[in-house]
Every structure is written in C-alpha cells, then in structure tokens.
Design a protein around this ligand. Structure first.
Ligand code: TMP
Length: 235
C-alpha cells in the first residue's frame, strides 16, 4: 500500500502529493478545466477519473514501445503513482494539422494540412501565459541543456509517430498535442499526462472533436467526448 503524504504542488488540472517512497509521487487528477490561460474556468464531470485512465493506457503503450515515462501504475480512480521528476519548464507541442493557436498565429484555416509536423516550445510560466519560445531562448535562459533538448525532440517525434498510429487504429486523428518531460536520476523521461486535455483528437470520417476544444468553445457533449476517447483506448 502506498501512503499519501502532503501536497507539494497544485496545478490547474492535477495535484501532486508525496508518498512514503522519496522517489515516487501521487498525481491526483481533478475535474477542473481551464482554457485560454485560465481566463475560462469550469468543471468537466468525472474528467479526472477519465483522464487518469486514458493517460495510464497511453503511458503503458508508450513504455511498451521503449519510451521512458514517469508512469508506475494507476492506484485508483483519480490517483496515478509516478516517479518523482524535476519538470523541465518547456511544453513540447507537436502539430500534424493546423488548429488552435497556430491558426491564430499564422492566420491559417483550421484543419489545413501541414507538409511536415510542426514542433513548438512554450515556456511553462502561468503568469506569462506559457509564451512560445525557440531553442535560442532555451539556451540563453538555461531552461535545458542542448543534450536535453535533443533528447526531448527525439522522444517527441517518436511519440508523435507512435501515437498517430495508436489513435488512427481507434479511428481518431491526432491533430496536435503537448508533452512535458522531467529529469529523473540524470535521465530525461516523459512526465505529466496525455489525455483529451492535452491532445486534439478528431474522429476519422466525421471530423467530430473529441477533446477539450468542446469545453474551450462551448460545443456541448464534453463529458461524452472524453468518455468516447476512454472507451476507444480501453478496447
Ligand atoms: P494550442 O493550439 O492552444 O497552442 O494547443 C496545442 C496543443 O497543446 C493542444 O492539443 C492542447 C495542448 N495544450 C495543453 O495541453 N496545455 C496548454 O496549456 C495549451 C495552451 C495547449
């Protein structure tokens, strides 16, 4: 039995607790949802339970494919046991089609094909709204070493290839997603979560959005969309 200790961090969608093992933490998934740098706030009923299960399935899949992750095991509905990492303060965003902030940045039509995947770096800083940065900013501010950046880029493109195929088999198109990495015993491993909060997933054939865009843009059937993704990844 893992013992829950004290709260070490509370983010917008998760709370992190210590455990009786100094190398492990509990990642607790909340139902809280935010968008546009928390300008929009709400609740998605049972989101935490669904994202814990969806993320667990995806981490299990990626681990089996040789990607090192912080995932140890799902403990219960909302708790995931994870390795204690030092989060690299860079969000790695990969885009396979134009959507969201890329459309605003470059005036593109949503759904426009991209000739090759786009990788973006965002500086993890809520007070600045997670601004877009490049590798020169990362180096100049020493947010990560050159070697860490190369490792994260390699894993990120590999994960894109793996997840595009994983979701395509479930008749879901992986439009874009965000990853976070952490340092664990001098190695870079995948951390955080992978869920409809952090991916855009469009149903192949209908184009129906099955992700947090339903909350961001008040499209309705939000819980149903998360439940649909959960049911497909549980197949
Ligand atoms: P964006 O188009 O809003 O920049 O989002 C790109 C992808 O990254 C999308 O799949 C949602 C995900 N994302 C997060 O997981 N967290 C965030 O804070 C933001 C802004 C995006």
């Amino acid at each position: 039995m893992v013992q829950r200790g004290h709260k070490v961090y509370e983010g917008k969608a998760k709370i992190i607790y210590t455990t009786d093992n100094p190398d492990l933490l509990i990642q607790y998934f909340k139902d809280d949802a935010t968008a546009f740098n928390a300008a929009k706030k709400g609740t998605i009923v049972d989101k935490g339970i669904m994202n814990n299960q969806i993320s667990s399935k995806i981490f299990e899949f990626l681990s089996a494919q040789g990607i090192p992750t912080h995932f140890e095991r799902r403990l219960n509905d909302r708790d995931m046991l994870v390795k204690k990492v030092e989060i690299v303060p860079i969000e790695m965003v990969v885009r396979n089609k134009a959507a969201g902030s890329l459309c605003r940045l470059l005036g593109l039509k949503e759904g426009m094909a991209l000739l090759s995947p786009v990788l973006e770096f965002c500086y993890k800083c809520d007070s600045l709204g997670d601004p877009l940065i490049n590798e020169y900013h990362i180096r100049a501010l020493h947010l990560a070493t050159d070697q860490e950046i190369e490792t994260m880029k390699g894993f990120t493109f590999k994960i894109n290839d793996l997840l595009k195929e994983f979701f395509a088999k479930l008749k879901l198109e992986l439009v874009d997603f965000k990853l976070e990495f952490g340092r664990y015993k001098d190695k870079i491993i995948l951390a955080d979560e992978i869920s409809p909060d952090t991916c855009r997933l469009w149903e192949i054939g209908t184009g129906k959005k099955l992700d947090k865009d339903r909350f961001r843009h008040d499209l309705g059937e939000i819980e149903e969309a998360y439940r649909e993704v959960l049911s497909r990844v549980s197949r």
